[in-house]
Design a protein around this ligand. Structure first.
Ligand SMILES: Cc1cc2nc3c(=O)[nH]c(=O)nc-3n(C[C@H](O)[C@H](O)[C@H](O)COP(=O)(O)O)c2cc1C
Length: 427
């Protein structure tokens, strides 16, 4: 009677500020526990060391590469994207980069690609971003213009078409297939190959419209609540086709010299930074090389023959000057006859080259990275600052937790999944 003992309460605490009830995870899903809780975390592998860029702290260095899903509804994200991207958040990825997202409708690669060219595309993305944030994740978007590689089929549609021997090989999605073959643009009128659309060279006004479209999409990114933006400057899409002497034959100030060929890239980066503000990170994906035959430069004439690592390093430095924080180093996609030497971490040497040339610039490395020790080795050796994974994460969505287990780090699984990962937490 009259017992004044206060009952200690144990509640399933909610994430504060989320639109629905979600249990709150402490630490965040995919973050390492402090060594005061798990002594074996006293020395963390670099993969699980946080990385702060401007005002944003990434809880680990296992990031999801942008991956087109060919599943948007007139450029609007759907519940497919919520489940697909949400799954990476619930498994502890350090950052999620949303697929190539067109800043104009004709800048999509294929008809069902994502877009941010109109305000109605904000809400479905915001729903995904809010979910990822409620799981303690960070998410950004890859803003893109497909240039001369636009209006093509989704891969599985292309495969079906290729298998049908009653039709000639063609990669152009026609108007009846929701394509826009007459509105495909590039630096020059050179198609990617003879079954791709023939691009119309962008006029100066057209170039200005593209830069404005990146700026307008950035305004929409602010409304969506993205944590960072990545620009798609790789794989032969518009910006990549401007920087390469193989695809850019212009004679105005956007073609010819290296300075001219990278002008569009630098203008886009500069405009995005001015609209985005100073608080949040800006990343840039570039193709380090065209993988065409022969040298990057003809030493006898001093002429650049194809896009390569020397020019990429110059571009990276110029982008840093206008506010790009991290270069995501990919390669290829601009030259139809490219000959790529594929193997584990095949693009790491390009990342390392830029990192060594500009140590103050953050570098992401991508391409055939599948093994936790392999990934950790690249970071430990200073070849890159973060690891970006694509296909391995499609096969193995819980790779961050698997990597923690392999490397012997105690990392937080989602509360709901903890019983599947108890070995992670045994000291
Ligand atoms: C299904 C799929 C879609 C992709 N879409 C994009 C994209 O939207 N933007 C991009 O820059 N790269 C895209 N890529 C390339 C990947 O981001 C990544 O650079 C490439 O797959 C190499 O990494 P990986 O070996 O880890 O898969 C895509 C790759 C796949 C498998």
């Amino acid at each position: 009677m009259g017992d004044a003992t206060v009952r200690k309460l144990f509640k399933n605490d909610a994430v504060i500020g989320a639109t629905q009830y979600y249990p709150s995870n402490e630490p965040l899903i995919g973050a390492a526990y402090p060594s005061s809780v798990y002594s074996r975390n006293a020395t963390l592998p670099v993969l699980f060391q946080p990385l702060k860029i401007r005002s944003v702290e990434f809880k680990n260095r296992i990031w999801v590469s942008p991956m087109c899903q060919y599943s948007s509804d007139n450029g609007h994200a759907t519940d497919w994207h919520l489940v697909h991207l949400g799954g990476f958040a619930t498994r502890g990825a350090g950052a999620i980069i949303v697929e190539a997202t067109g800043v104009v409708p004709e800048g999509r690669i294929s008809p069902e690609d994502a877009g941010l060219w109109q305000d109605s595309q904000i809400a479905p993305l915001k729903r995904i971003v809010d979910f990822v944030h409620a799981q303690g994740g960070l998410i950004g978007v890859q803003l893109a213009h497909a240039g001369r590689k636009a209006s093509t089929y989704a891969p599985w549609v292309q495969n079906r078409r290729n298998a049908d021997k009653s039709v000639p090989r063609n990669d152009v999605a026609g108007v009846e297939e929701n394509g826009w073959p007459d509105y495909v643009v590039g630096p020059s009128d050179i198609p990617f190959n003879d079954v791709y659309p023939k691009p119309k060279p962008l006029t100066k006004e057209g170039i200005e419209n593209v830069v404005n479209a990146f700026a307008a999409a950035t305004e929409r990114c602010k409304k969506v609540g993205f944590d960072f933006i990545e620009v798609h400057g790789a794989h032969g899409y518009l910006i990549s086709s401007f920087v390469s002497p193989l695809s850019n034959k212009r004679t105005d100030e956007y073609g010819g010299s290296l300075e001219n060929r990278i002008r569009l890239a630098v203008e886009v980066a500069k405009r995005i930074r001015s609209v985005w503000g100073e608080e949040k990170p800006l990343f840039w994906r570039l193709s380090a090389v065209d993988w065409a035959e022969g040298p990057e430069k003809d030493e006898a004439t001093d002429e650049w023959k194809q896009w390569g690592i020397e020019q990429s390093t110059v571009l990276a430095g110029e982008l840093q000057k206008v506010g790009v924080d991290l270069i995501d180093v990919s390669s290829g996609g601009n030259w139809n006859a490219q000959k790529i030497t594929i193997g584990p971490g095949y693009q790491v040497p390009f990342a390392e080259h830029i990192k060594q040339a500009i140590p103050s610039l953050l570098i992401g490395t991508v391409g055939l990275i599948t093994d936790p020790q392999q990934a950790e080795g690249y970071l430990k050796d200073g070849k890159a600052d973060t690891i970006i994974l694509a296909r391995e994460l499609l096969r193995h969505v819980d790779w961050p937790l698997y990597a923690a287990q392999t490397l012997g780090v105690a990392v937080k699984p989602a509360d709901q999944y903890e019983r599947a990962w108890s070995r992670l937490l045994h000291d």
